[in-house]
Design a protein around this ligand. Structure first.
Ligand code: C2E
Ligand code: MG
Ligand code: MG
Length: 702
């Protein structure tokens, strides 16, 4: 009605409300879309489409569901009031309209609606947050045993709402059978008021998968203290639990082989020892270290090294497990546990052995299975191990000591030539302590300038003139005195210190030779020994040319001594490295020749200058016809390959005479001089001295 609309506009404008008009129910939906009003005031009577229909159509529009709609009905017209509510009206206002009151009414409805909107929004936020957190909330009416859930629970439990009962029992049915007691107890305690409910437990979904949930709740009580209601949350914490389990697994296992790691092994050992102590049982540990594993790693690469460790782990497990692959129980009636301590170190724990020899039996079996070649990446790889055995209680009271002593016994097995096992005894500990002390000292020896070079002359046999010298390292140890390379080069190799020590040797030797030349002394070539690890070093060529450049020494005055055991295992690569060295002008000598592989075909391919006959042949020349024959053959072979031949370890006139007779080119040994400090060596190359006279100089020091 146009008049009513006019009045409404007047009054409501005075209330500070903006008013838009529509003259027929038919225009309502379009006007709603366009205007998006906060409230609709609507007459029931309209020309074409009435108020009920317009109201119902508004409710169906998106955004129209919550819109406050106020209908104008006739006073006392119950019929139209009812129909209005049915059509979705929020409220009604009877005609004739009291405009003053209507204004207040609208303001009130708008305010209530705003509060309602905010509540809805915050509920939506809460529901969203709970969904993200996989968190459901619940309320349990204790007396009525009625349980109300938020929707999220159905997702957590994998159920449809209708599948889920509405009482406490319905929830307990979903709890993992093993956890039911725990859950019931926690509820009882909470109801009695002893503690709040706060437990983690498992639930089982209909597809039989398990989830972990965390349940927390508080109890409300009446005046008498009786529990009337419990309200709480259930959160799915499966992912967190899995992460926790994964972390625990990783903390106790070796990722490469999946075996228990040092930590778990020690835990188990400690546990086993406690048990064995109470029952007077014997326990043995096998401490196993692969022989020359570093070499495999360095030459074949780390990924193949890793593969090898995995295969070794499999063989170890296979050879000590309780029953063999056909399911027959093994002959052993004790239990075994294999672990990887790190690197190439493994341990085997033998629980409740009857006699000490049981441990030896297992050790022999392990050594035997490792002897079979490994086929990895189309290569045949051989590996052996050294094993140290300790027995509880005689070799140690606790895990720590058993492991420590096992390691000492393992080192003893290495010293015994590797590929064997040794039982621990007390003297081994002293040896391994000494070794450790030596290693610590060795680490500091370079910076403390404790290394020295000694020089041993090499003479031309025909002219008996000095033509070169071999630089030999010495370690001036503050307590042990002068230490020979045999005692620390191996250790330097194992620890990797050889790289720095080797560079120091090369630098010192080159600088020394250059200094002698600069002082106008006889020009000689200086031989420097290279160790295996140095030779495999990628930067070797670069390091040598850097040192040569720095010292300004003519490369032809430098000779590198390599043994067969260094070049043969990786002959192809060695050929290429040696060629690069040759190209630089450096000389190459094959040291300790005759003791190693002596593969003639390779010898031809190596770009060598000198063959150096091992000193063991010199020693035996007088007594052993074989040594004589071999020495002759080496000299002949060397000459046929156009190499110079030098004999080392020449100590007597007789040996020298023999060499001269066989046409050997050069000689080195105590007969001429022991290795000497630089100052003592100097007279050998002072040009005015007669070489022959030098022979008279007796050893001052070795
Ligand atoms: P090598 O290269 O075969 O050196 C010869 C060894 O024989 C030296 O022992 C030398 O003192 C010894 N010798 C010399 N003349 C005689 C003799 O007439 N009779 C006997 N019985 N022995 C003699 P040294 O100095 O103890 O060196 C031992 C080994 O240590 C060397 O064997 C070499 O392999 C290694 N070495 C020495 N210096 C270095 C170095 O700077 N770097 C590396 N990587 N290894 C080195
Ligand atoms: Mg040498
Ligand atoms: Mg030698």
């Amino acid at each position: 009605d146009a008049t009513i609309r006019l009045l409404a506009r007047e009054w409501l404008n005075q209330e500070g409300l903006a008013v838009e008009e529509v003259d027929d129910g038919a225009h309502v939906p379009a006007a709603f879309e366009r205007l998006r009003p906060d409230i609709v005031l609507m007459d029931i009577m309209m020309p074409r489409v009435d108020g009920y229909t317009a109201c119902a159509s508004l409710r169906k529009l998106p955004g129209g569901e919550q819109l406050p709609i106020l209908m104008m009905t006739g006073l006392d017209d119950l019929e139209s009031i009812n129909r209005s509510y049915q059509a979705g009206a929020t409220d009604f206002t009877p005609k004739p309209i009291n405009w003053l009151i209507l204004g207040h009414r609208i303001r009130y409805i708008l305010r209530a609606n705003r509060a309602f909107d905010e509540l809805r929004a915050s509920q939506a936020r809460l529901a969203n947050a709970q969904r993200i957190a996989r968190l459901a909330n619940w309320q349990w009416d204790v007396a009525e045993d009625k349980l109300v859930w938020s929707e999220e629970i159905f997702d957590i439990l994998g159920l449809r709402p209708e599948e889920f009962g509405e009482n406490h029992e319905a929830f307990l049915r979903r709890v993992h059978p093993e956890d039911v007691k725990l859950v019931e107890k926690a509820f009882r305690k909470a109801l009695r008021g002893e503690s709040n409910l706060n437990i983690d437990h498992r639930v089982v979904k209909p597809d039989n998968t398990e989830r972990y949930v965390s349940v927390q709740a508080e109890v409300s009580r009446d005046e008498t203290g009786r529990a009337i209601q419990m309200a709480g949350t259930v959160q799915d914490i499966t992912q967190r639990k899995q992460a926790e389990e994964q972390i625990v697994y990783l903390a106790y296992h070796d990722t490469l082989t999946g075996l228990p790691n040092r930590r778990l092994f020690k835990d188990r050992l400690t546990h086993t020892l406690a048990h064995a102590g109470r029952h007077g049982h014997l326990v043995a540990t096998l401490f196993l270290d692969l022989d020359r594993f570093k070499r495999i790693n360095d030459t074949l690469g780390h990924s193949l090294g890793d593969l090898l460790l995995q295969e070794v782990a499999k063989r170890l497990v296979g050879c000590v497990r309780k029953s063999d692959s056909v399911g027959r129980p093994s002959v052993d009636d004790f239990t075994t546990d294999v672990a990887r301590l790190g690197g190439d170190e493994f341990t085997v724990l033998l629980t409740d052995i009857r006699e000490i020899q049981d441990a030896a039996k297992v050790a022999r079996r392990i050594l035997a299975v490792l002897l079979e070649p490994f086929y990895l990446d189309h290569q045949e790889i051989f590996v052996t191990a050294s094993i140290g055995i300790t027995v509880y209680p005689s070799d140690g009271e606790d895990a720590e000591n058993l492991l420590k002593n096992g390691e000492a016994a393992m080192y003893h097995a290495k010293d015994q030539g590797k590929n064997n096992y040794q039982f621990y005894n007390d003297s081994m500990n002293a040896a391994s302590l000494k070794r450790l002390a030596l290693e610590n000292r060795l680490r500091k020896a370079l910076e403390r300038r404790e290394f020295l070079l000694y020089y041993q002359p090499q003479l031309d046999i025909a002219t008996e003139e000095i033509i070169g010298a071999e630089a030999l390292i010495r370690w001036q140890h503050p307590e042990m005195g002068l230490v020979f390379p045999g005692e620390f080069i191996g250790l330097a190799e194992e620890t990797g210190l050889i790289t720095d020590i080797g560079e120091w040797v090369l630098t010192s030797a080159c600088l020394q030779n250059k200094a002698w030349q600069a002082a106008g002394l006889k020009r000689i070539r200086l031989a420097v020994n290279l160790s295996s690890r140095q030779f495999q070093q990628k930067e070797l060529i670069e390091m040598i040319s850097r040192v040569l450049a720095k010292s300004g020494l003519d490369p032809r005055c430098l000779e590198l001594e390599l043994t067969e055991s260094i070049v043969m295992p990786n002959a192809e690569e060695a050929v290429s490295t040696l060629q690069q060295l040759k190209a630089m002008g450096v000389r190459i000598s094959l040291d300790d020749f005759g003791t190693g592989y002596s593969s003639l075909s390779y010898l031809k391919r190596f770009p060598l200058d000198t063959l150096k006959i091992d000193r063991s042949f010199m020693r035996d020349i007088a007594s052993d016809p074989d040594s004589t024959a071999i020495t002759k053959a080496i000299i002949a072979m060397g000459h046929s390959l156009n190499l110079r031949v030098i004999a080392e370890g020449v100590e007597t006139e007789h040996q020298l005479a023999f060499l001269r007779e066989q046409g050997c080119d050069e000689a080195q040994g105590y007969f001429f001089s022991p290795p000497l400090p630089a100052d003592d060596f100097r007279p050998f190359i002072e040009v005015h001295r007669q070489p022959k006279a030098l022979i008279g100089i007796q050893a001052k020091a070795v």
